[in-house]
Design a protein around this ligand. Structure first.
Ligand code: NAD
Ligand code: TYD
Length: 373
């Protein structure tokens, strides 16, 4: 079958990647979507069961660091677009094992860039009609102050805000964790490939995502699962850190718009203007899970356990995504209350998925990561 476009999505078996793959496979039957994923502990093909038999979908198990394999794949599939999400993504793991983060996030991104450069430059039309889209995080900008620890109403946000400043596309990079340092480095390489070789790149920096299929090492799925099993909820520090939460399907929608309409060499921030203190979000999760499980209100509050803070824990992230709205018309479709309800319901209804990723091989890998070296 002749396809109009051939797009590699890296990290398509992970949390955000699986939503992006699903959106593209369903929305663009005329595109060939190639999901390239190493299937680390965070990648799971069960995330894509509903679309795996589609004629416009192909899965390739590969490591982005394996330059020779990528070099062979690009001409094999006549790839004209790369949407790059594959990464090591968990801050706590980066603190234990920074090398893995540098390898995948920095060297892996460089390997993809160099392979794309060599392949696209070998074609008669070169970079025309091509796009290298790199997905990054707001964490590269560092941390913001909590100038309003109690939260104040603001005209830019549907929710309360906890500080006067927001991350803009022009905010200077100032990463603090090995994870954010590795992502920052990869962002710089992507921009360097545009500035040096003229590669048509685009970079987006998004706030914290939540929704179905997130690996339960991250706050929201971990806490939903722990509440269900009456396990302690480890709140780092005082629970005062602020994150800006976006429903993952809204991130996937933004990626679609930016892949097609974003300007070459631009950066777009993606966020929901939806700041929450960790402790407040944790209380919302507890309330929602208790209600859906038929527990009395406040039943699981006793599971909250304050633990030693994360090293170098960034205080506040808050994205200003007005550029994306003004230039490309994107804005979040879901209010947080609706998104969190959908999310909690999804995890409670998909216990089998949760049991699978928290047992067997998965758990072995996970335990190995955390054992003392
Ligand atoms: P995830 O950890 O759920 O998934 C990562 C995927 O990448 C997995 O399927 C894994 O198997 C794959 N992968 C890892 N190393 C690989 C390698 N060497 N070669 C090929 N595949 C490999 O991550 P996520 O939360 O879905 O994040 C996806 C991207 O979005 C990342 O680049 C992350 O930095 C970025 N991001 C995430 C968030 C968030 O809140 N989760 C927010 C902003 C940006
Ligand atoms: P996380 O989901 O790991 O995302 P990120 O570190 O990329 O923001 O954590 C979200 C927030 O929740 C962060 O401030 C750390 C905090 N947190 C806890 O308090 N306890 C936990 O067990 C986890 C995983 C996170």
């Amino acid at each position: 079958m002749e396809f109009k476009r051939s797009i590699i999505i890296t990290g398509g078996a992970g949390f955000i990647g699986s939503h992006v793959v699903r959106l593209f496979v369903n929305k663009y039957p005329e595109y060939h979507i190639i999901n390239l994923d190493k299937l680390t502990y965070a990648g799971n093909l069960a995330n894509l069961k509903d679309i795996e038999d589609r004629p416009n979908y192909t899965f390739v198990k590969a490591d982005i660091c394996d330059f020779d394999t990528i070099m062979a794949l690009l001409p094999e599939y006549h790839v004209d677009g790369i949407i790059h999400l594959a990464a090591e993504s968990h801050v706590d793991r980066s603190i234990k094992d920074p090398f893995t983060f540098a390898r995948t996030n920095v060297m892996g991104t460089l390997s993809l860039l160099q392979a794309a450069k060599l392949y696209w430059e070998s074609l008669p039309e070169k970079y025309e009609g091509k796009r290298f889209y790199h997905i990054s995080t707001d964490e590269v900008y560092g941390a913001l102050e909590l100038t309003h620890p109690e939260g104040v109403k603001s005209d830019v946000s549907a929710h309360e805000v906890y500080g006067d400043e927001f991350f803009l596309e022009t905010t200077k990079y100032n990463p603090h964790s090995p994870y954010s340092a590795s992502k920052a480095s990869s962002d710089h390489f992507v921009r360097a490939f545009h500035d040096t070789y003229g590669m048509p790149t685009v970079v987006t920096n998004c706030s914290n995502n939540y929704g179905p299929y997130q690996f339960p090492e991250k706050l929201i799925p971990l806490f939903i699962n722990n509440i269900r099993h009456r396990k302690p909820l480890p709140v780092y520090g005082k629970g005062e850190n602020v994150r800006d939460w976006l429903y993952v399907v809204d991130h996937a929608r933004a990626i679609d718009v930016i892949f097609h309409e974003g300007k070459t060499a631009e950066t777009y921030n993606i966020g929901g203007f939806n700041e929450w203190k960790n402790i407040d979000i944790i209380k919302v999760i507890i309330k929602t899970v208790d209600r859906l499980l038929g527990n009395p209100e406040g039943y699981s509050l006793d599971l909250i356990t304050y633990v030693t803070d994360r090293m170098g824990h960034d205080l506040r992230y808050a994205i200003d995504s007005r550029k994306l709205k003004a230039e490309l018309g994107w804005e979040p479709s879901l209010q947080f209350e609706e998104g969190i309800e959908k999310t909690v319901r999804w995890y409670l209804d998909h216990q089998e998925w949760m049991d699978n990723v928290t047992s067997g091989d998965y758990q072995k890998y996970y335990d190995n990561m955390y054992k003392d070296r």
